[in-house]
Design a protein around this ligand. Structure first.
Ligand code: PCA
Length: 216
């Protein structure tokens, strides 16, 4: 049994991306499953194609993609990917799409197939800030999430997939004149590991889920 976990390369002038630093810190086995790691380029379309190729090769039970969301105040478990590319900055290949679909003719949105409420509750129970997010944005992370869910639905209906955004690391925040929220990579990695353990539990066997209101 394998888990495919991805992070992104640095972008937008940063020298690191905590999403892949977290992936590198995960243990080689989680919940009895082997962890397969992949670093993806911050490039519209290209990231999704590389991921699809790896899904085909690895045949994991679950795919979790991570990305940096500077300014977010905790770990953000994404509920939805939308079929829209709207970039406020160019990607690492210099492409800046506007008003384009991720998949022409595809549905407006896909929901994650991971049990994100249980995963979120598990992270919070460790004393690590986390919440459900209802927008992964319209940049490369949303592009990857939408493309992944489209691919899994069409070609690998047995594989579950989703996306988690993480805040800046403290080192990144320290380099900014007005420091934004940040989360230590080691702490974030512990939370992501626990979330993956939770996701591998059969439905109904996981952490007791408080009502959503209690999570807000
Ligand atoms: N974050 C960007 C793309 C790569 C990354 O780590 C995003 O949120 O779209």
């Amino acid at each position: 049994m394998k888990l495919l976990v991805t992070g992104f390369a640095p972008f937008n002038g940063e020298t690191v991306n905590p999403s892949y630093q977290i992936v590198q810190r995960l243990p080689d086995k989680i919940g009895g499953a082997e962890v397969i790691r992949l670093e993806l380029p911050v490039e519209f379309g290209h990231a999704g194609r590389l991921l699809a190729r790896e899904v085909e090769r690895v045949k994991p039970v679950l795919v979790l993609c991570l990305g940096q969301a500077g300014g977010r105040t905790g770990i953000s478990l994404e509920q939805v990917g939308i079929n829209l590319r709207e970039a406020s900055i160019p990607d690492n290949a210099g492409i800046q799409p506007s008003g384009e679909p991720v998949v022409p003719g595809g549905p407006a949105a896909y929901f994650t197939t991971l049990p994100i409420k249980r995963m979120c509750a598990r992270i919070r129970a460790m004393g690590i800030p986390a919440s459900i997010s209802y927008s992964a944005g319209t940049y490369v992370c949303n592009d990857l999430l939408y493309f992944l869910l489209d691919e899994l639905e069409k070609r690998h209906p047995g594989i579950r997939g989703g996306f988690i955004h993480v805040p800046y690391s403290p080192e990144q925040a320290a380099g900014k004149a007005v420091p934004p929220a940040s989360l230590a990579v080691s702490l974030a990695a512990s939370g992501i590991q626990a979330a993956l353990e939770e996701a591998l539990l059969p439905d109904g066997k996981g952490e007791e889920i408080p009502p959503q209101g209690a999570l807000d």
